[in-house]
Design a protein around this ligand. Structure first.
Ligand code: PHE
Ligand code: ZN
Length: 889
């Protein structure tokens, strides 16, 4: 929708609808050029609301006729809505006939064409692009849907629920009629009409019911659906086991589509997925891709309860379903990972992504609470804050009430609200009521500040050991930074998981003053105020506090620990997350120091020896070693520093990586040799950890070769690239060559392209890999611009557009932030171009300059100029307009 004036929706303005839609009967005559939609709605006036005209949402529709109880009525269009004067009866039937043009729908919201098929995407406000409706999540109805279309073009006709009937029609057409017995909001409606094939599996749930699971893909892709199907079955078992939530449908369908704005969509009984999260084979997908499929299949499946059975009252409550469902998929993935170490590796990955995506968001112009208060375009609020921070907030509850208490809270939540559209407050209340003696129940109002306050809390900790009294006193204080529109912020509820380590690494028993005995070596302190003091008694040795174990709250921690303290944690902490974190902190301190000095960056021996010790430690899993050996990313560091110079940061970090490549050469060789997987390919935690470490080692070895001029390791990498039996190894070897700008990179890339030119998802990798290669003398940026002209590149497929554009802006700061501003000029051009095609994609891309005020000169002024140029475009979509306005505010 294009509109000149800002149209802001506010949470405080929420009013229940003036009408309820009880049943929906839709008939589609499907055609890519022109689809006819006939809608018959049974509507009741909401007697609790003042009598008022019926106002229906509608966007890009061509209206043919409107009947109330079979009679034509007068109607008008007002503010983009269809307005019908209040019918006399309090209950009536409304019939609407309209047409839409799927093949012209490049926004991919509503009914659109992808390849030769037709697909829908209705969340958040896409249903109004199909027909006129009360397109809001608190209006829930029972749907019956008839699809009619050409049998050859569209042999498969799907919608939500159960298939009632199907059969042939005249002129080579056929039909299918579907009925969904569950009341649902319009955003969960879906239809698919396409030439697809399905992998099918019948399963019996614990309750004894039989279900049909189907994964629909294009012909030829069937053998790439095994992992998705296995993940679906595993999700089903897990949700029944962990939360007692069984599958409530006879049939559960997943459909893969090439063109999709997001990862996937949880439409009731008919999930629609980006192909990226369905298709995988050892030859075409990496270990990370396999993990992504497992977690997204889980995520969408878990929405069937958290999202669909209980949905959101309004879009401000989005995190009610998304934060909770991300939490559930993260727990699922951790349970699937197996060992404690594999769980920690998952947790580290989740926290890394929170810090790289959500922390900067919360410090920039798009900062918003987990439950936002206002928006211009709701599509802009499918954010890391609503999803990932929302999940951390659910995890805070989990930490406060424990796994059993949490399960009890979930049970009460469903007992109270099943079948309804509710709020974040309702969820927190159910959790508190199910756990009346928990710190959550005692401090529910303090807890709920997580929903209302934006920004990342800062937690400061200082410890003091008193040998004479054998006490260790911990002073904790929190600070919640002011943000525009949020000045006087109150303390939040922070669970701080702690342990104390003696300097020899022994875990000390934890006994707080006033307690008569120690309670283990690991416990949770609860902060509800700005400052707390905790005194541990009977502490027999000086110690190092290990704080915020497992990242027990989404905060920035300043614990004041010295290098010596961090080295103790890195070597001995029983909490794997904090072992990793200690190493990252040591590295961050060094990067910071180098940024503040003009001298060439150099790592000290203590740090290098600590890294060597990690690589040599036979008790550590390869997956953990790989994470520990990676220096904090440029994206993360940039968020931790004010007035960042991305070029200086890049050269500092690159110099340090070079040093690790050189100083640990022997260890890298050993790690590469020791981590060759001989068994058949399995994307499990053990094998993928070995491959990850072998790939990192190879990258380091080829990097080292590029410094010395040696040709042995580049040659080996090329050989490995050619001979690889799976995509993880092949891509790892290719990346080692590309990232070190080896002469063998181009021949390898050519070969890679030739091998996979018919595999869309692998071509995405081909572009992405080149887009995120470490910048060197502007070559990577030049290559990206060249690749825009590649015959396989297109902006109309979101995955492909992202593969190059987002690789540059989100994954390659040094290629993007240039002293000559060429990166920003390119960005502005692309935002403007994309906005005419696909506003959701454009506004996401626009966010690449969110943090422009944190840049040093000359970047800062140049970025501002580029943003201003986009802002000067009069006809931006409301999506992009909102991002640009906020950036300049
Ligand atoms: N609700 C989807 C999910 O989180 C995401 C989505 C939002 C997809 C909007 C499409 C459009 O699973
Ligand atoms: Zn979701």
């Amino acid at each position: 929708m294009r509109e000149g004036t800002a149209n802001i929706v506010r949470r405080e303005d929420y009013l229940a609808p003036a009408y309820w839609i009880r049943t929906v009967d839709l008939t589609f005559d499907l055609d890519a050029a022109k689809t006819i939609v006939a809608s018959k709605l049974f509507i009741e006036r909401n007697l609790e609301q003042m009598e008022q005209p019926l106002r229906l949402h509608g966007e890009d529709l061509n209206l043919l006729r409107v009947l109330v109880d079979g009679q034509s009525v007068s109607f008008r269009h007002e503010d983009g809505m269809l307005v019908i004067d209040a019918p006399q009866q309090s209950a009536f039937t409304l019939e609407i006939r309209n047409t839409v043009a799927p093949e012209k729908n490049t926004q991919l919201s509503g009914l659109y064409a992808s390849g030769s098929g037709l697909f829908t995407q209705c969340e958040a406000e896409g249903f109004r692009r199909i027909t006129y409706f009360l397109d809001r999540p608190d209006v829930m109805a029972v749907y019956t849907v008839t699809l009619r279309g050409d049998k050859q073009k569209y042999p498969v006709l799907l919608s939500n629920g159960n298939l009632l009937e199907q059969g042939d029609l005249d002129n080579g057409r056929h039909f299918a009629k579907w009925h969904d017995p569950f009341r649902k909001p319009s955003y969960l409606f879906a239809l698919v009409a396409a030439d697809l094939v399905a992998r099918e599996q019948r399963v019996r749930s614990r309750s004894g019911r039989d279900h049909l699971l189907q994964v629909f893909v294009k012909r030829g892709d069937l053998e790439k659906t095994e992992h998705a199907m296995n993940s679906l079955v595993a999700s089903m078992i897990w949700d029944e086991h962990r939360f007692n939530l069984p599958l409530d449908l006879e049939r559960f369908m997943i459909v893969a589509v090439d063109d999709f704005n997001m990862g996937a969509m949880e439409n009731k009984g008919l999930n629609i997925f980006n192909t990226k999260y369905v298709l995988a084979s050892a030859a075409t997908a990496t270990d990370a891709d396999f993990d992504g499929i497992e977690s997204v299949v889980g995520h969408e499946y878990f929405h069937n309860w958290t999202g669909n059975r209980i949905t959101c009252q309004d879009w401000f409550q989005l995190s009610l379903k998304e934060g909770l469902t991300v939490f559930r998929d993260q727990e699922f993935s951790m349970d699937m990972a197996g060992s404690a170490s594999a769980r920690a590796v998952r947790r580290i990955g989740d926290v890394r992504s929170l810090r790289e995506r959500q922390f900067p968001e919360d410090a920039g112009p798009m900062s918003h609470p987990v439950r936002p208060d206002a928006y211009q375009a709701i599509d802009n609020f499918y954010t890391a804050t609503v999803y990932e921070k929302g999940s951390e907030v659910v995890r805070v509850i989990h930490t406060l009430v424990g796994q059993q208490g949490f399960a009890a809270g979930m049970a009460l939540y469903f007992q109270r609200h099943d079948g309804f559209a509710v709020t974040c407050d309702d969820f927190a209340q159910a959790m508190a009521d199910a756990n009346p003696y928990s710190p959550l129940a005692h401090n529910l109002d303090v807890f709920k500040r997580w929903y209302s306050q934006a920004g990342t809390p800062r937690l400061t900790a200082r410890g003091e050991y008193n040998a004479a009294n054998a006490t260790f006193t911990l002073y904790l204080s929190q600070h919640n930074p002011a943000l525009p529109g949020q000045n006087d912020k109150l303390p939040q509820l922070l669970p701080v998981a702690v342990g104390l380590l003696a300097r020899d690494g022994t875990a000390l028993p934890l006994q707080l003053a006033g307690e008569d005995h120690a309670v283990g070596t690991d416990r949770v302190l609860v902060m509800t105020e700005a400052q707390h003091t905790f005194t541990f008694v009977n502490v027999q040795a000086d110690c190092v506090p290990s704080l915020l174990r497992g990242f027990s709250a989404p905060v920035v921690l300043d614990d004041g620990l010295t290098d010596a303290d961090l080295l103790v944690l890195m070597a001995h902490d029983t909490d794997a997350f904090n072992r990793w974190e200690a190493g990252q902190r040591l590295a961050l301190n060094r990067i910071r120091a180098a940024l503040n000095s003009d001298a060439p960056a150099a790592l000290d021996d203590a740090f290098i020896e600590a890294m060597r010790a990690v690589l040599n430690d036979t008790r550590l899993d390869p997956a953990f070693k790989e994470l520990a050996l990676l220096l904090p990313s440029e994206v993360y560091v940039a968020d931790q520093v004010t007035g960042i110079d991305p070029q200086r940061l890049h050269s500092v970090r690159e110099a340090m990586v070079d040093q690790l490549a050189t100083a640990l050469h022997a260890e890298w060789e050993a790690a590469f040799a020791a981590n060759q997987v001989r068994a058949g390919y399995k994307p499990d935690a053990v094998q993928s950890g070995q491959r990850a470490l072998a790939n990192l080692a190879l990258t380091m070895l080829v990097r080292h070769a590029s410094l010395t001029g040696d040709t042995v390791w580049p040659g080996r990498a090329y050989q490995r690239f050619k001979d690889a039996s799976n995509m993880t190894d092949r891509l790892g070897a290719l990346e080692a060559l590309v990232n070190s700008h080896s002469e063998l990179a181009q021949p390898a890339l050519d070969r890679f392209h030739a091998l996979f030119r018919h595999e869309a998802l692998v071509l995405d990798k081909f572009f992405m890999l080149q887009g995120r290669a470490p910048e060197k003398d502007g070559r990577v940026f030049a290559r990206i611009k060249q690749l825009m002209q590649h015959p396989d590149f297109t902006l109309t497929n979101p995955n492909r557009a992202r593969s190059l554009l987002f690789a540059l802006t989100a994954g390659n700061p040094a290629a993007f932030h240039r002293t000559d501003a060429a990166g920003y000029v390119f960005w502005a051009d692309m935002v403007i171009t994309l906005d005419t095609l696909n506003p959701q994609l454009a506004s996401r891309f626009a966010r690449a300059l969110d943090r422009w005020t944190n840049l040093a000169e000359p970047y800062r002024s140049a970025a501002r100029e580029a943003i201003a140029r986009v802002s000067a475009k009069a006809d931006l979509s409301s999506d992009t307009r909102e991002i640009i306005d906020r950036a300049l505010a």
